[in-house]
Design a protein around this ligand. Sequence first.
Ligand code: GAP
Length: 496
Amino acid sequence: MNPLIFQISLPPMSLKQDNRFQAIIAHAKEYGFVFPSSEIYDGLSAVYDYGPYGSELKKNIKDYWWKSMTQMRENIVGIDAAIFMHPTTWKASGHVDNFSDPMIDNKDSKKRWRVDHLIESYANTLKEKGGEDEKKAEQLLATMDALLAKDDFVGLKNLIEDNKIKGPISGTTNWTDIRQFNLMFSTQLGSVAGDAETIYLRPETAQGIFVNFLNVQKTSRLKIPFGIAQIGKAFRNEIVARQFIFRMREFEQMEMQFFIRPGTQKEWYEYWKEERLKWHLSLGIPKESYRFHNHTKLAHYADAALDIEYDFPFGFKEVEGIHSRTDFDLSNHQKYSNKKLTYFDNEINQHYIPYVIETSIGLDRMFLLILSYSYDEEVINKEDGTKDSRVVLHIPEIIAPIKLAVLPLIKKDGLPEIARKLIDECKPYFRCFYEEKDTIGKRYRRQDAIGTPYCVTIDHQTKEDNTVTLRYRDTMVQERININAICEKLKERFII
Ligand code: GAP
């Protein structure tokens, strides 16, 4: 035990949620997790770059998902399809005609808002007031859901006007009518003017899976039920892109399409709903931080859909979608391509177009979830009556960017050499970090701030009896342990 520290307070809830979110954004930048894109030119709205620790954390989340969805399952394989696809793909998928959001413009500020976001944000202000206003907010959201489900834009505009919802910038109620805006980015293929063909940056990775359905099924000799998984970039021209990396214009998705016999979609939908929640909980995140939200307005391809929502600092919001996509995509690709996309099921001696259950999680949103869950400002009461504080990221250790920091107490007397030797032993198995500058206390704080679960300090006693101090991030407990036991003790813990 560290004799100096006898109590750690648990204050994450003591921070006001708004401040907490701002603190997380600032922390992510200061410690090399996330930077605004092209910041020297003042950034690009809703586009972000991942720094050294951010890219490491992001890769670990990907690996954790990929392993659980492919390696651990015999009937799911992965692919890596191109971002550009034949333009007819998006006609067949329905994205050209249907991938749009209802928007409304404030005539005074000239700013455009997604209608559901505008109403939701007004409902949140009512909720914060509590009492009757809270009930009014629930009623408002229920009415909005019903109107959205019917695409009743006149009704939605009336709802905004009846509630006197103001533009967040202008503070006025001077609204245009509601119109639909397509969210796909388009660009030109071909360099010769006139020869150009309009193509789209994919708004979801799923279509790369659908168009490869038979290639994959045949080459991997898969029998239904089976899945195809993919991780990749997607692009959406989000009109109101706010909340840091929650809603971006360029982002990554981790998607899996599970191909099943028609008529079995209800049971597989339930199965994947539970499996995916288990995946989230397997990281040690408490169940109370999650909830399911069933869709009332279904996407153009779905016969059932739900969101797995997480309690972010700005409230419960979607992190993952589970969609029962029927045979919509494959049937339409068959129709538009004139290529047969049926599967022969020899157990029932029938040809059919499979039904699909999709699991779709945003990698960047999962990253934000991990930051939101991990970030903590702690006050430490010391034995001498004084207080200390630290900012710590309690990142689940299996996905932490750095697993072990090795710190020689001073940079002489052979201590750095011992530290380097330990790193050489550990680095084939997990990511290590070496640092010899500053006091040991400052170095511990820096590792806490990037979420390193273990620190080892090499001191003069190490030279005498081969022991080192192993320090645990979450409890700050320290123990003396033989240096030869470190690698063996830790490496099992980090197998993704
Ligand atoms: N293939 C189905 C699909 O794309 P979606 O609900 O539109 O469904 C799936 O998106 C997930 O992708 C969401 O749950 C979210 O995590 C992530 N996502 C969607 N739009 C995003 C955006 N603009 N920025 C970051 N992540 C986004």
